[in-house]
Design a protein around this ligand. Structure first.
Ligand SMILES: *Cc1c(COP(=O)(O)O)cnc(C)c1O
Length: 812
C-alpha cells in the first residue's frame, strides 16, 4: 500500500512516532522508526492491541514474525525504505498545499522564545500555527508542519540541527517565506568543523525565503550571508539590524525601524541582552509581516511581553500532592505535551487537571472543546477543574472523571476544592490572563530559598550516551539507590518511561517507595535484611544473595510466603571488593544448594569492580573480570540456569567494553558525572543546587564574619548571606574560602565558617542584590571540582544534599 497524503489529510490523521504518546488509536498512523538505540517496530503489536491499525514500517528491517503479523486483514501496513523520510515527505507535501506566509527560525539560542513571542504578538492579526514547545528536530518539525491547515494564515516553525546535512530536510518541510537567524554560539558544535560551517548549514533554511531578519553584529552570520546565502538566493530581502541602533530614553530601551520612508519606534520591555535581541527580532519580523497593515497595535503589545517559562516543572506540594506548573500559555499542542509529562512522572497518583479556557485562533469554540476533550479522555483524570467563560458554559463530557467548572480563577479559589486534594498529581495549565500562579502558590509548599533542580532532559541525554555505547544487545540496569544519588525518586518514573531494563536500590524500603510510586520495572535490592523478606515478596522486589546465611534465610522465607511460585534472586560474587558476595571457593556448595531448589530462579549473576575508573588498577580489574568469568560460567554450566551476567559500573562501561556481558549497571554517569576521565564534555550535569541571597552588607577591612571570628576581611568588602548551610548538605569543609558559588556569573568565595543554615560569601566583585539566585553547584562550579576541594568524591556531595532541600524536576 502507498501512503496517500490526501487520504491521511482528509481523515485528519494523527502521525505518531512515539508509541507512548498514543491518544486516539483510530485516528493515528504509527511510523515505526529504527534508530541506533531504539526500534519502533518492537511496539507494533502493543499498538495493535490498543486499537491502532495503520503502520508505516521499514521494509528492510521486518522480521518474518512481524511480516506475518502485518498481513492480518485488519492491519494496514505501508512498507517504506525509511520511516523518517516518509514522514518528512508527507510534511513537505502538506506544506506545499498552503501559500500563506511561513516564518522559519533557526540559530543557537532563543528560537523557542522568539517563536512564542512572535506568535503571541501576532495572534490577533493572524491565525497562527506553530511548533509546540521546542519541537525543532528532524521528527519534531515534520509533526509540527503536519498541523498546518487551511484555517491558518501564518505558520511559525523553529528548526534545530546538530550535524552537517540536517538542514536540507528541515528546509523542505518548513520552506519559510520569512527567516529569522537568532544568533550563533557554541552549542552543538560537536558535529561541525567550525562556526562558519555551522552558520552555512543554518543559512540553508533560507535558500528560498523572500526575506531574512538577523543581527549584523554577529560577524560570521553577516559574512556568510554575503558569501554563501546571496549566491544561492540573490533575491532575498535582508533585514539586518545592529545593537548600536538601540537607544535609552529615561529608563526605557527603544529601537527604531525605518523602511520605505517610515520610521517606527518599539519600546523594549526588557533590558538584558538576550531578551532585547529576541524582542528586536520579533519587531523586525512583525513589521515585515504587517507591512500592508497597520503596526500600531502590534507595537503596543510589546509592553505586555512576559518571560517565556520554557520548562515544565514538577514540584512537591502540600498534603502529599505533586504539582506540574505550566502557567505560561494554553493551547492544544502545549496541553498535549503537559499531559504527556504528567503520564511520564507519576503513574499511580490520582490525577487532577486544572485547565483554563483556551484561545486558539483557527478553530471554533466547539471544535476547540472537542479536540481538548479528545486529548484529555485517555489520560484517566480523576478530577477536572475547568476555569473560564467557555468551559463554564459548554457541557464538559469526560466519562469517569469528576468535572467542576468555574467562570473565574477567583471563584475556584473561594470554592475550597483546592484544599481537598490529597496525594494527587495536579497539572495546573492556564493561559496567562487567568493568573494560575495563585493556584500554584496555594498548592506548593513554601520552598525555603534552597532547591535542588533536576534536569530530566539531561538524564535522558546521559542515558542515551550510555545506550549508544552499549548498543541494543546489552541491557541496562540503573542504580537508583540513595534516593537516586540524591536526585529524588521521581527519577525512577522517568527511567521507566525511557524503558531501562532494571532498577537497583540499596534497601527494601527504597524499593517499596518505588513500587508505591507506580514503578513496575524489575527491582534488585542489594542489601535486604532477612527480616524484610516478606516485604520483598509482597512488592516483587528481588534480593541480592551474597552469603550462605542470607541464602538459607531466603529459602526458609520462600517456603513460608511463596511456596508454589518461582521467585527471582541475584547472586553476588566477591571477586576482590571484599564487601558482600560469595568467594570463589564457595562456588561448589552454592551450586549444590541451587540445584536442590529449582524454584529459585537465578535472574542474574554479578560482581563489582573496585577500581574501574583508574588506570593504575587495570591489572586488578582484569583479574576480577577473569574470576567473575570462571565463577559465573561454572554456576551456569553446573546448574543449567540462564541468568544475565553483569560486572560493569559507569567507569567499567567506558573502560572495559569487553566486560559488558549481558547487562551493565549505570550509576554516577547517569547523573552527569564522568568518572573515567576519558570523556569530558559528553555528559550533561543533572543536578543544580541553588539558593538565594538573604542580605548584603558593606563592611570595612579588619571586620570579622561569622562564628569564631574566622573570616577576617582583608579589604573593604560586600558580604552576602545565602540561605544554605551544613544542614542542607553544604559541607562545613567549604568554609573560609575553600569553595566558590556562582552569583550572576561571578564566582564568589565563602567567608568564615559555614553555619548550620546559612553561609556568608564575598560578593565585592559581583553584580547582585538581595533576593538574587546563587548557584552552589551544577555547571559552574562543577560537582567534581568542588568535591576535590574537600578531598571527597562527587557521589558524597550528590547524596549529601539533605531531604529538607526541595527537589524540582524540569523538562524543556
Ligand atoms: C553503586 C553501585 C554501582 C554504580 O556505580 P557507579 O560508579 O555510580 O556507576 C554499580 N554496582 C554496584 C554494586 C553498586 O553498589
Amino acid at each position: 500500500m502507498f501512503l496517500n497524503i490526501h487520504k491521511l489529510d482528509g481523515q485528519g490523521k494523527v502521525l505518531l512516532t512515539d508509541s507512548r504518546f498514543l491518544s486516539d488509536p483510530e485516528k493515528s498512523v504509527f511510523f515505526a522508526i529504527k534508530g541506533t538505540r531504539h526500534d519502533g517496530h518492537r511496539f507494533i503489536e502493543d499498538l495493535f492491541a490498543a486499537g491502532l491499525r495503520e503502520f508505516v514500517v521499514e521494509e528492510n528491517t521486518l522480521t518474518a514474525g512481524l511480516k506475518a503479523f502485518l498481513e492480518k486483514p485488519e492491519v494496514r501496513a505501508y512498507p517504506v525504505r525509511s520511516s523518517i523520510l516518509a514522514l518528512q515527505d508527507l510534511a513537505a507535501r502538506k506544506r506545499e498545499k498552503y501559500s500563506y506566509p511561513v516564518v522559519g527560525i533557526t540559530g543557537s539560542n532563543g528560537k523557542t522564545i522568539v517563536k512564542e513571542w512572535l506568535s503571541s504578538l501576532l495572534e490577533k492579526d493572524f491565525d497562527v500555527v506553530k511548533s509546540p514547545r521546542s519541537y525543532n528536530s528532524q521528527i519534531g518539525v515534520a509533526l509540527s508542519v503536519w498541523e498546518m491547515s487551511s484555517k491558518n494564515d501564518l505558520g511559525i516553525f523553529e528548526a534545530g540541527i546538530s550535524q552537517p546535512g540536517e538542514m536540507q530536510a528541515l528546509e523542505r518541510m518548513i520552506r519559510p517565506t520569512l527567516g529569522i537567524f537568532t544568533n550563533i554560539g557554541s552549542s552543538h558544535s560537536e558535529g561541525f568543523r567550525d562556526n562558519r560551517e555551522k552558520v552555512r548549514e543554518k543559512l540553508l533554511l533560507f535558500q528560498r525565503a523572500e526575506a531574512l531578519v538577523y543581527c549584523r553584529d554577529y560577524m560570521e552570520i553577516e559574512e556568510e550571508i554575503r558569501n554563501f546565502l546571496l549566491p544561492l538566493n540573490p533575491g532575498i530581502r535582508l533585514m539586518g539590524w545592529s545593537a548600536s541602533a538601540i537607544c535609552r530614553e529615561g529608563d526605557k530601551l527603544c529601537f527604531e525601524i525605518s523602511s520605505e520612508g517610515v520610521t517606527e519606534t518599539f519600546i523594549l520591555p526588557f533590558s538584558d541582552n538576550a531578551s532585547v535581541e529576541n524582542a528586536v527580532h520579533c519587531a523586525c519580523a512583525g513589521r515585515y509581516l504587517l507591512r500592508h497593515r497597520g503596526t500600531e497595535r502590534f507595537r503596543e503589545r510589546f509592553r505586555f511581553l512576559k518571560p517565556v517559562e520554557m520548562r515544565l516543572e514538577l514540584k512537591e506540594g502540600r498534603e502529599g500532592n505533586y504539582v506540574i506548573d505550566d502557567t505560561y500559555n494554553n493551547d492544544l499542542g502545549g496541553l498535549k505535551m503537559a499531559l504527556n509529562f504528567m503520564s511520564q512522572t507519576h503513574t499511580k497518583r490520582d490525577k487532577v487537571l486544572i485547565l483554563s479556557d483556551m484561545f486558539q485562533s483557527g478553530l471554533s469554540e466547539q471544535e476547540l472543546m472537542a479536540e481538548m476533550l479528545n486529548l484529555i479522555r485517555p489520560q484517566k483524570i480523576k478530577t477536572f477543574i475547568g476555569i473560564g467563560e467557555n468551559l463554564a458554559s459548554f457541557p464538559v463530557k469526560l466519562p469517569g472523571t469528576g468535572v467542576k467548572c468555574f467562570k473565574t480563577t477567583g471563584e475556584f479559589l473561594k470554592s475550597g476544592i483546592l484544599e481537598s486534594f490529597r496525594n494527587s498529581l495536579i497539572l495546573v495549565k492556564g493561559a496567562r490572563s487567568f493568573s494560575f500562579e495563585h493556584i500554584v502558590e496555594k498548592l506548593v509548599k513554601r520552598i525555603h530559598g534552597t532547591v535542588l533542580e533536576i534536569n530530566l532532559d539531561a538524564i535522558t541525554h546521559n542515558l542515551n550516551v550510555y545506550r549508544g555505547k552499549i548498543g541494543p544487545q546489552t541491557r541496562l540496569m540503573v542504580m537508583v539507590k540513595a534516593f537516586a544519588y540524591g536526585s529524588g525518586n521521581e527519577v525512577a518514573a522517568w527511567l521507566q518511561y525511557h524503558r531501562v531494563d532494571y532498577l537497583t536500590v540499596a534497601y527494601p524500603d527504597e524499593g517499596v517507595a518505588l513500587r508505591q510510586n507506580g514503578i513496575t520495572l524489575p527491582i534488585m535490592v542489594m542489601n535486604a535484611d532477612p527480616n524484610s523478606y516478606s516485604t520483598l515478596f509482597e512488592h516483587r522486589l528481588e534480593p541480592e544473595i551474597y552469603s550462605f546465611r542470607v541464602l538459607e534465610a531466603y529459602l526458609k522465607a520462600k517456603k513460608l510466603w511463596r511456596p508454589e511460585e518461582v521467585t527471582r534472586v541475584h547472586l553476588k560474587i566477591d571477586t576482590g571488593m571484599h564487601r558482600l558476595g560469595f568467594m570463589e571457593n564457595e562456588t561448589g556448595r552454592l551450586v549444590e544448594i541451587l540445584k536442590e531448589n529449582p524454584a529459585v530462579e537465578v535472574a542474574t549473576i554479578f560482581s563489582h569492580l573496585v577500581g574501574a575508573d583508574a588506570e593504575e588498577h587495570n591489572a586488578f580489574s582484569r583479574g576480577q573480570i577473569a574470576c567473575f568469568e570462571r565463577v559465573s560460567a561454572r554456576i551456569i554450566s553446573e546448574t543449567g540456569c540462564t541468568p544475565l551476567r553483569h560486572i560493569c559500573n559507569t567507569a567499567g562501561i567506558t573502560r572495559f567494553p569487553e566486560a559488558r556481558y549481558d547487562m551493565v549497571r549505570l550509576g554516577i554517569g547517569l547523573y552527569g558525572v564522568e568518572s573515567s576521565g576519558l570523556e569530558t564534555g559528553v555528559l550533561e550535569p543533572v543536578a543544580t543546587l541553588k539558593t538565594t541571597i538573604s542580605q548584603i552588607k558593606q563592611l570595612p577591612a579588619g571586620e570579622t564574619v561569622g562564628y569564631s571570628r574566622s573570616g577576617v576581611l582583608e579589604r573593604n568588602s560586600r558580604i552576602a548571606t545565602i540561605a544554605i548551610g551544613y544542614a542542607d548538605g553544604y559541607d562545613r569543609r567549604f568554609s573560609k574560602g575553600n569553595a566558590v558559588v556562582n552569583v550572576n556569573g561571578t564566582l564568589c568565595k565563602t567567608v568564615g565558617n559555614i553555619c548550620m543554615d546559612m553561609t556568608m560569601i564575598d560578593v565585592t566583585d559581583a553584580v547582585c542584590e538581595e533576593g538574587d539566585e546563587v548557584i552552589v553547584f551544577g555547571g559552574k562550579p562543577g560537582i567534581a571540582e568542588l568535591a576535590a576541594k574537600i578531598g571527597t568524591i562527587p557521589y558524597e556531595l550528590l547524596t549529601g544534599v539533605s531531604e529538607r532541600v526541595k527537589r524540582v524536576f524540569y523538562h524543556a
